[in-house]
Write a protein that binds this ligand. Sequence first.
Ligand SMILES: [Zn+2]
Length: 682
Amino acid sequence: MAFRQLRNPALRTVAFLFILFFFFGCGGTSRAVKKQAWYQSGILLPVSANKLAGKRIVLDPGHGGKFSGAVGSAGLKEKDINLTVTYHLKKLLEREGAIVFLTRDTDRDFLTERTEHVREDLRNRMALVDSLHPDFFLSIHHNSSALKPPENNTKTFYKIDDAGASLDAAASIHRSFVRFLKIEEQHLQGANYFVLWNASAPAVLGEPSYISHPEMESVLSHDSALQVEAFAYFNGILEWLSNGLPKIASLHLADSSDKIIEATVASDIPLNPFLCQIQSDGKALSTYLNDKTLFALSPKPLCNGKHLIRIEMSNVRGNSAFLHAETLLVNRPPASITLSLSRCSGIAGQVIPISLMVLDRYGLPVIDSLDVEMINGKEKIISKTRGGEVRFYPYGQKIGMITPMFNCMGIQKSCTLFVEKDGPIFQQAMILGSDSKPIDHALILTSNKRLNSDANGFFEYLRTENDSLANIFAIGYSDSMLYVNNDIFVNEIRLTPLFNGDLHGKRIVLDPEFGGLEFGGINATGYRACDINQKLAVQLKGRLLAAGADVVMTRQNDESIQVSERIKKAAEPIVADIYIIIRSDSLISMPYISFYPTSKFGPKLAEFLKTSLYNIIPGIKSIEDIGYALQQTPCTAVCVSLNPLQGYGNGGRQSDNSILEAQANGLVNGLNEFINYLKSQK
Ligand SMILES: [Zn+2]
């Protein structure tokens, strides 16, 4: 369809709305994909320069000082032309009233005396950017590669976890590059470059052309070319901001039973109610827009505890807000205490299990760890809520009646219990793990029963004569045993977590390279790289699962899978914590762990893995690696090549499973050390 040929304005509006629904309305594809389609559709909306007035824009000419960036074959340095483009762009933006800041306006770097590493430079650069509180951050670069024949294309990158405003800005700049530079091949994509990852505003990194392409280098050596690039950026930013930049001004809990969250929005262009969504803990809530206030509606109020709230919204011109994510704490005071006694009586000489629920005014469980006091005669015991539930175990000393009293923040309740001579004995206990967290789905095996603990870690069973022992198993914990007899009543069982519990719940993606027809080379004893990789991945997976981690494999079988499909596993449906490529290198004969140089934690993880493997693989190195998968993975990522096909180990050793087992052990230990390190950073 040729939209620009529709002369009738009303028809054009209909066509525009149609496109809006077409690209944004369907649920299947991701926002990023829809937006990519949007930029390709080539719709031009009216621009208005005054939308730039007062906008805080930080321009970052890439590299500088000690870091030249790419250098062309005729000697043109990237750091210099990046700076010139920045100068030109600054003038254009300021003329329209924007408030422009530069990370550098001279040939300098951001190193301190402490270290000379590029990460230190980038860290200091981004600290400066953050302190300027920008509305938009743009890092200006030129690309290079060693490919023959030399390549030249236009690439525009956006902050990978913001398919909202960052993608809008990138799409608009990209469209402008395409229009003004007319370089044949073009890519608009998300990236996790350090400067994008660490930006707290919509962020774009531009690589409009290749300095390593000799003809392009000679074009770029003329100021007029750099002026055109600057103008292309300017035009893209202008088009983007002309369509408004909605923002969340404030976010709080709404104090009514049906409206549960209230967000006030700052937006000069009306919001599109179809494209506004509030999510709580990953679940979309029904969202209602009233002028500049966005409400999340729900038949039920939010439950007590912490909730991760994410807001996505777009205005009627299709421009989105920067990703907004914030944790809200719901903590309504207790309003009632109810007793949930499975048996209203106890047995003399036994403890009497009492369970009660502490509820808020909506009848929902109160927040965890509230103190509840029980007064039973002279006995005073404090226990804490967990999922609203509290348990006490008073002792039924003699036959008769006891009347314990309960109190939680002034809300009181009493009950009457009858202590009888004899009756069935129920064995009850709570299974707790690290940080006293209840463990659900633990397996309890007695002489003739098999049961699981519930969501509160609780289990109970009717005891028979010969039940004196129960075995307890839980994933991620050491096995344990419960000895029972009529004199000792155990009500809490604490399990020892494997690896301190640091790997519990961590999502780790294992990517054994190659598979199917692409087997990645063969070693001296006939083993294929894809099989060695798979065998090591399986060993590692088993150990990680046992340690409580959540493991995803990019391939289960001997099958061929594209790299882009593999790295998707690190992002969807949720972003993983760690991504590990398992490789048997066919070119580099030294075992290594590699990482993308400017990724956030990649170098650190590589260091920990290297250290823990050093005993079994002396001489293992950690090296920088600018491979596509490591660059594009939106989480901490490394590649481990422990069994190179040539040289080290001379191949044949992989026939011995114990080698792979030792390697898997080393990797689990290193991962554990790394997670421990992350905890110490918080
Ligand atoms: Zn660069």
